[in-house]
Structure formats: structure tokens, C-alpha cells
Design a protein around this ligand. Sequence first.
Ligand code: LMR
Length: 398
Amino acid sequence: LFAPIALAPRDPILGITEAFNADPNPNRINLGVGVYVGDDGRVPLLECVKRAETLLLEGSQPLTYLPIDGLQAYDKAASSLVFGADSPAIAEGRVVAVQTLGGTGGLRLGADLLRGFTPAKRVWISDPSWENHRALFENAGFTVETYPYSRERGRELDFAGMVGCLSGLPAGDVVILHACCHNPTGLDLTPEQWAEVIEVVKARGLVPFLDIAYQGFAEGLDPDAAPVRAFAAAGVSMLVSSSFSKSLSLYGERVGALSVVTSDSAEATRVLSQLKRLVRTNYSSPPSHGAKIASAVLGSPELRALWDEELTGMRTRIRSMREALAEKLTALVDGEDFSFITRQRGMFSYSGLPQLVIARLREEHSIYALDSGRICVAALNSRNIDTVANAIAGCLKT
Ligand code: LMR
């Protein structure tokens, strides 16, 4: 039965973690996957999460099924975090929110909704984009194309190229946009550039699907969601996939959401009914623990303020690692300016390092980055940054 099945290629991101885990070198460093690691070299358990878990334990609720579309308090909290507590679209009952298995689950559920219930057949992702975008939308039955996004080996934004491409697309095509901390380049649009994109999307009748997996890692929770809110204010129907994996350091809990902005509340009811069918026939209903933690944090002013503080700490530490890496590399490598690392936002630096250098880092130094040259700056710390900078410089010189 299974004999004709060919071997699938290794996942370009999680496959790097597999290779890292198999490396016996005790000094191996994983700069592949987008996971924030503290200065102590460990993935943090946030204090706000710890306190929320304590509250949940004290309440000792039975572990019954959640509704198909997830914990209602969570759905509300997740959508108001992206659209804003005073969102007119939410107040008008036009926003449908469904708890999903991480941001990836939100993207897939949105893809299935679009493919199954709208005429959309083509999805446009940025070039480059998150490695899983293409495969995810292709597996959902879409043809996937790319719009220009960067130049200078991914170090500069190609805004003219992006807008030029979007301006030529036919109505109904879906455009995937990274609301903040573009993955992998770390290059984000200015508010003025977003306004221009929104105008084009609206004028052409395109379907915006915003991916916001790193809310809070660029400027803060509210400013990072500004593009989502600007789209909603423009009155377009849209989809948003959001995630608490990084912002609450809840990776393994798979806590995400799909929010769909519809034209009116009757449409919202119909969309929700179909989303529930998609979920029920796929995994029935989502798991409860992570969603309970997230809604406990978001529902308590005290825990929410603590979260903001902890998120600011993560964001500030990443920035200091960016500055240190840029400084060290500029000192070690003659004639190269690495200041672009400090201008990129979020967890990643799209380093522009050639694939040969990435391979040597892996083979000679047990330093794991993506073949595309993407480095997770959020995994650097005061103990490994010199090793990384020296290894990169060494590979670039010889
Ligand atoms: C990444 O880009 O490394 C993260 O979004 C994790 C993932 O699922 O790929």
C-alpha cells in the first residue's frame, strides 16, 4: 500500500531543529527555529503564565471538551488583542474568531475557508516569506505566487516592487501580509506604506490575509497590530491569523486564532458556522490548557500589565543582541557593514550569508541557521554571541 510513497523533503525550519537535536556536540547552537531563548539559554516560562497556571490549578476545573470554535473568553480576548478593545468591527458583530492550533492552524483554517467557500484560487506571498506559507497554501489547493518584497540580498525593502505587483493583480486573489516582524527578513512597512498597500488592496478587490505571529516583538502590542486595525478601518473583508506561541512563550501549547472580518453580522454567523464544520471534521475541537492560560492573562489587568512588562524585556534583549552582533561582525569582518541587523525587527536577521557559509557554520561549528541565511537573533545570549560572531567571521574570511 505505502510502497510507492516517496520520501518527503525535510522541513526547512523544524528539520533544522531535528538536525540540531541529533548533533552530539554539547556546544551546539540552534539559530534556526523562531523561538525566544533568554540570556540563561532557556526558553522562558513567563511569570504571568506561571501565575495564570496557579490560578487555574486552584480552580481545578474538569477537563471537558471545549466548544468547536474554542474557549469563548479566549476567542474574544484574542480578537480584541489584534483589532483593539474599541474595534468598531467587533462592536458591530462583524468579526468571527476561532481558537486554532497556533498561527499555522489559523492560516490553514483560513485557507480552507477561502478555498472551500469563495472563488479564490490564487495566493500571493512575499518573496521571501515564511518557509511554510507556500506549502501550506498549496496543500490547501491554491496556486501560490510571489510578490517582490526585498532587495540587496534581503537587507532592504522593495516597496516599489511590492506595490507595483499588487497593483496588477485581479480581484479575488488572496494576498498574505506579515503585520509586523516580517518573517524572514525583519523588514516592516511604515504606516504610510501600509496606507498605500491598503488602498491598492481595496481598489483591486484583493483579499487580505494578515499573519501576525510576533505581536509585541517590534514596538509593542498595540503599535504592532496597527496594520490589522488600519485594514479593518478601511472596511475590507479580511482574515487574520494570530498566535501566542512567541508572545506568551507558549510554543508547545499551540495557542492561535483565526479572525475573519465580514460585512455584517448575518454574514459573520454563516462564516462561523462553516468554520465550525471545518474544525469539527478535522480535529473536532481545540485543546483547552493554553487557551485558558492566555485568556486568564488577558482577562486580568494585573497579569496583562505583567505580560506587557515581560514582553518589553524580551524585545529589549533581542535589540541588545542585534546591536552586539552587528558591532562584533563589523569589527571582525573588513569592509562589510552589518548595521542592517539593527534595523531589522522581530526575532530574525536575514543575514544575507551565502548557503556555503551556513553549511560551514553547521558542519564546522555546530551552529544551526536556515539555508536561506535567516538567523534567530532571539536565540543569541551573552554566552554564545562571541562564538557565533567569531564563527561567522571565520567562515566569511576563508
Ligand atoms: C519560525 O519561522 O521559525 C517559526 O514561525 C516556527 C515555525 O513554525 O516555523
